[in-house]
Ligand binder design. Structure first.
Ligand code: PLP
Length: 451
């Protein structure tokens, strides 16, 4: 009791002291106690690792609700949100158009495990407005989309090996949890326990932007490589923007070697434009994977390709892939409602204009040039670096993350929520207003003055 009182007294006096100094001290008590409970239920207290705040330190914030560009936590703290559920919410939280569509569909039943009209409608909307794929298959997550795309590439080419890039994330399927080994072209190492070495041996992992390493791999494993998989706009390990010439090179080397090129557009799809990175660069990969935005905030993924390649998928072909909740009508209607908004005129230019405004505003106050802001479309990345350009993961200095971690907590105090890791990018949504952006610029300026 005494210690409690003391604690209470201290916390009050700290608050008064802080108020005098004009510091906002936020209360995270409810998040802290929810996290304590969560740790009893889930490994590390979470259902996806990055949510645990391990990278930035401190306790994860439990979100109570969101509307538009704002979220509120369980302690009633309000934030402008640039995580946007890691990208899916391109219209912001609880968008009315999406909610109306979802509610209408939901009342007619939530799942049938049989075909329903909503699947056709979302597919038609996508395929009519995308010149890079002819046929789709819906699944329930980005991981599942990529996993299926890899199986399709292997089934189509009748080859086993895949080539991926260090610093690209493709979900958590076994053969993709592989990081580059030492040496130029070697078998990688698993980046997770529980992945058999025999799976790892089928994955070649090289640095982004390294043409020589890709050429060497094709020499060494002639007629063995089923596909190259890349995030054409790598945005899971910082924002490692690639030159178009590198992607063109990948397109050519795949064609020459009869390997398939997979663009993993789970982030970039419907984000960098309706046709994603394929449209942005005007490069036609053989298979494209989607996730995040495609489901309007519901669990949806998809992979698409030409009629010919997609005809390998069961029941038409011999590559098996299925899902109880695939093409779920509620999720389909959310996706359709969201993507319909994305197709409106100037939707993407509006987003880029806002993002540029935000980035330039923040940089103006970055007088000590502590960090760079890399951005494309409505994606941005804060990087504590003195490099003008970063296009491979080896160029990221991990020591600099300490600065991000400090900035992160200062920004929370200022009411700005970013994804809790310096390797994560931020997203601007349709719901972010110029008032939000001005407040964010001010928040950065305040946070930087304390850094
Ligand atoms: C998020 C992501 C995935 C995994 O998607 P989940 O829905 O989290 O399984 C795969 N690839 C890329 C490029 C992603 O950004």
């Amino acid at each position: 009791m005494i210690s409690y009182r003391l604690l209470q007294f201290n916390s009050i006096s700290i608050r008064i002291f802080a108020a005098k100094l004009n510091y906002a001290i936020m209360n995270f008590q409810n998040s802290i106690s929810l996290f304590e409970s969560a740790k009893k239920y889930f490994p590390g207290g979470v259902n996806s690792p990055v949510r645990a705040f391990k990278s930035v330190g401190g306790t994860p914030i439990f979100i109570e609700h969101g509307k538009g560009s704002h979220i509120w936590d369980e302690d009633k703290n309000e934030y402008i949100d640039y995580c946007c559920s890691w990208g899916p919410l391109i219209l912001g939280h609880a968008n009315d158009t999406v909610l109306t569509a979802v509610e209408k569909t939901m009342r007619k039943g939530t799942s049938f495990g049989a075909p329903s009209r909503a699947e056709n409608e979302l597919a038609e909307l996508i395929l009519k407005n995308n010149s890079y794929i002819e046929k789709l298959r819906f699944v329930s997550s980005g991981t599942e989309a990529v996993m299926s795309a890899i199986r399709l590439a292997r089934g189509y080419t009748k080859r086993n090996k895949i080539l991926k890039f260090e610093g690209c994330y493709h979900g958590h399927a076994d053969s993709l949890l592989v990081k580059a080994g030492s040496g130029l072209v070697t078998f990688g190492n698993s980046s997770s326990a529980g992945v058999p070495q025999s799976f790892v041996n089928e994955t070649i992992s090289v640095e982004l932007n390294d043409k020589t390493a890709v050429e060497k791999a094709f020499e060494q494993f002639k007629n063995e490589i089923a596909c190259i998989i890349i995030e054409p706009i790598p945005a899971n390990n910082g924002l490692l923007l690639q030159d178009k010439s590198f992607l063109t090179f990948l397109r050519e080397i795949c064609s020459v070697n009869k390997s398939l090129l997979i663009f993993d557009e789970v982030i970039s799809g419907f984000r960098i434009g309706f046709e994603g990175a394929a449209g942005y660069f005007n490069i036609k990969p053989d298979i494209i994977t989607y996730g995040k935005i495609i489901g309007g905030g519901f669990p949806v993924g998809a992979y698409g390709a030409s009629h010919q390649i997609m005809s390998c998928i069961s029941p038409e072909g011999s590559v098996y892939q299925a899902g109880t909740l695939s093409g779920n009508p509620v999720a389909m209607s959310a996706g359709k409602a969201q993507l319909t908004e994305c197709l409106k005129e100037n939707f993407y230019t509006g987003l880029s204009t806002k993002t540029n405004y935000l980035v330039n505003g923040i940089l103006k106050n970055n007088t000590f040039k502590l960090f760079k802001l890399f951005s494309i479309g409505s994606v941005f990345w804060i990087s504590f670096t003195d490099k003008e350009k970063i296009n491979s993961s080896s160029q990221i200095n991990a020591n600099n993350l300490n600065h991000f971690n400090k900035l992160y907590h200062l920004l929370l105090e200022e009411g700005v929520y970013l994804g809790p890791s310096g390797y994560e990018v931020g997203f601007v949504s349709e719901a972010h207003s110029y008032d939000d952006l001005d407040k964010t610029i001010k928040a950065f300026s305040n946070a930087l003055s304390k850094l």
